[in-house]
Design a binder for this molecule. Structure first.
Ligand SMILES: Nc1nc2c(ncn2[C@@H]2O[C@H](COP(=O)(O)OP(=O)(O)O)[C@@H](O)[C@H]2O)c(=O)[nH]1
Ligand SMILES: [Mg+2]
Length: 283
């Protein structure tokens, strides 16, 4: 699995991120609910330091609900409030805004707490690429997302969006860095957070099937008509290819096509709502 996919220029965005953090009372740390740890930049604690933070488990339409509960408890034990969100449908967004306001008005935020209770609480969205930062900004901004005000004290490129939820949002998210350990990268690739061009799709789809046959064997049977018990993942992949006609003339199974299909089905949620890692897992 190639590891060196992350563009170097993004490292320079840490400086930008640090500068913009100053303008936010609260940080929304966006994670992928299917892989909350693998989609988390471990450096975030260093970067955002003591700033108040709400953890967002986004794409919860694709994750397992029990898994979400376990993760919310996990973050609670670490001292963070966490919420399930489906940004594309705007679900969980109001609670997010409420929590951010509550946090600041209760004085939990160590940033300059607004004295005037009517003042909007300012928030900044941070996360690694593809976790849904832009979608969340749009969901929070709602219909008023076009009402962008250029406020003094905000760096030139950054603008704040006034939202109907009593939040002011920096309209550009802070981009964090994906983990570069191999186990995390594999899971980031499975959920589609890494560009497919840089990956070996066949080994990726087989790694995915390795997990799915444990997590959701019935679903694989329902969707593809393939029994997975006792089979190696390459056998499962080939059987799926045969069932779905992923065959090349005179050349047998079209591994690329079937791999793409399985990965696509998983990413779209066609194979069920699946959380790929739990706090107690070892990879
Ligand atoms: N299924 C699902 N897809 C989502 C959700 N939020 C974002 N996405 C999708 O994830 C992809 C990346 O989202 P985007 O907001 O561009 O991520 P960003 O790179 O963090 O800004 C897009 O295709 C979104 O439609 C969600 O809650 N559920
Ligand atoms: Mg974006």
């Amino acid at each position: 699995m190639p590891i060196n996919w992350f563009p170097k220029h993004m490292r320079s965005s840490e400086e930008v991120l640090r500068k913009n953090l100053k303008f936010a009372d609260v940080i929304f740390e966006i994670l992928d609910a299917r892989i909350p740890l693998s989609s988390r930049d471990p450096r975030i604690d260093r970067v955002i330091h003591q700033k108040s933070r709400v953890v967002v488990l986004n794409k919860c339409d694709l994750s397992d609900e029990n898994g979400d509960r376990v993760w919310i408890e996990y973050f609670k034990r670490k001292g963070f409030t966490a919420f399930r969100v489906n940004a594309t449908r705007g679900e969980g967004i109001k609670r997010l805004a409420g929590a951010a306001r509550g946090m600041v008005l209760a004085g939990k935020s160590r940033s300059k707490v607004p004295k005037d209770q009517k003042r909007a609480v300012s928030a900044m969205v941070v996360g690694i690429p593809n976790v849904g930062k832009s979608t969340i900004i749009n969901a929070v901004a709602g219909k008023r997302k076009t009402r962008i005000a250029n406020k003094p004290g905000v760096t030139k490129v950054k603008q704040r969006v006034t939202t109907p939820l009593g939040l002011e949002l920096l309209d550009t998210p802070g981009i964090l860095w994906p983990r570069d350990d191999e186990k995390a990268l594999l899971k980031l690739a499975m959920v589609g957070a890494v560009k497919d061009e840089v990956l070996d799709l066949e080994s990726l789809s087989m790694s995915l099937l390795e997990r799915l046959k444990v997590l959701t064997s019935e679903k694989l049977r329902d969707v593809y008509g393939v029994e997975v018990a006792g089979k190696e993942s390459y056998e499962i992949l080939e059987e799926i290819a045969l069932k779905r006609g992923c065959i090349q003339k005179n050349r047998g199974v079209d591994h690329m096509r079937v791999s793409r299909m399985v990965l696509g089905d998983f990413r779209k949620g066609k194979l069920g709502r699946i959380t790929l890692e739990m706090p107690e897992d070892d990879g």
